[in-house]
Write a protein that binds this ligand. Structure first.
Ligand SMILES: C[S@@+](CC[C@H](N)C(=O)[O-])C[C@H]1O[C@@H](n2cnc3c(N)ncnc32)[C@H](O)[C@@H]1O
Length: 232
């Protein structure tokens, strides 16, 4: 390689890095504006407009804890990726007494208010993978490219169990209460998520995925989705 070609390549790489840093910074700024006090007041704190209830979160946290207990997964570390106001935390802590909980959030407002870790699911790195990763009702806020990166990163961040859901096109059509659900999101078919998750996880059902290679015994009839069909 000549010096000139090397210099051009270095300049191109430097430019690409600057563009991707700028894109990250602008996504972070947009998230901080969107996920502000008013957003959480509307979708979480005001019972007239809230999308879920404390009872639903309590039941969800109990389901997660029961799943882990049933499959004998020892849980010390939990990453709640896009944890919002942290509705699962207290109940999880009651059941998983030794857990260390990391709430990762793109909202500066929530990080100031609750002390969560400020960061983005698609970029976040951890020296050691977490025993349980939760990502609930978040990825519909990300465009296709960023959501695909986030899914790949969830596989990097988790060691054993992923609990995952996102609003899909069919949910919008058939399942959700449209008056209480944020419509300004990227609604995709469920299969879009499944295809990507299956690369690294086995689907169990009810939102649970087990990392391929994790030493957990799953009885054949406990498996759901394509994994169940594959074993037929
Ligand atoms: C609908 S709320 C869901 C919160 C929580 N998981 C729950 O179930 O209550 C979506 C949350 O995702 C966060 N979020 C959006 N994009 C994110 C990203 N790229 N990385 C981390 N958090 C993100 C928002 O700040 C918001 O609090």
């Amino acid at each position: 390689m000549t010096h000139a070609a090397g210099a051009r390549r270095a300049a191109r790489a430097g430019h690409a890095a600057r563009v991707s840093r700028a894109a990250r910074a602008s996504r972070a700024e947009a998230a901080s504006k969107r996920f502000d006090r008013d957003y959480y007041r509307r979708y979480y704190f005001d019972p007239r407009t809230a999308v879920g209830s404390p009872r639903e979160s309590w039941a969800r946290a109990r389901l997660i804890a029961a799943f882990l207990e049933h499959f004998g997964v020892p849980v010390r570390t939990v990453l709640d990726a896009g944890c919002g106001v942290g509705q699962l935390r207290a109940t999880l802590q009651r059941h998983l007494r030794r857990m260390t909980y990391v709430g990762l959030e793109a909202s500066e407002y929530l990080c100031r208010r609750y002390g969560w870790t400020l960061g983005r699911i698609e970029d976040y790195r951890s020296a050691t993978p977490f025993d349980l990763v939760i990502c609930y009702d978040v990825l519909q806020y990300l465009d296709d490219r960023t959501a695909a990166r986030a899914l790949a990163n969830l596989a990097r961040l988790g060691r054993a169990v992923l609990y995952f859901s996102a609003l899909t096109q069919a949910d919008w059509r058939d399942n959700c209460d449209r008056r209480r659900t944020d419509p300004n999101v990227h609604m995709r078919p469920a299969e879009w998520y499944r295809v990507r998750l299956r690369r690294r996880f086995r689907e169990i059902g009810a939102g649970f995925w087990i990392r391929r290679g994790a030493p957990l015994i799953v009885w054949e009839l406990e498996r759901g989705g394509a994994d169940a069909r594959a074993s037929a």
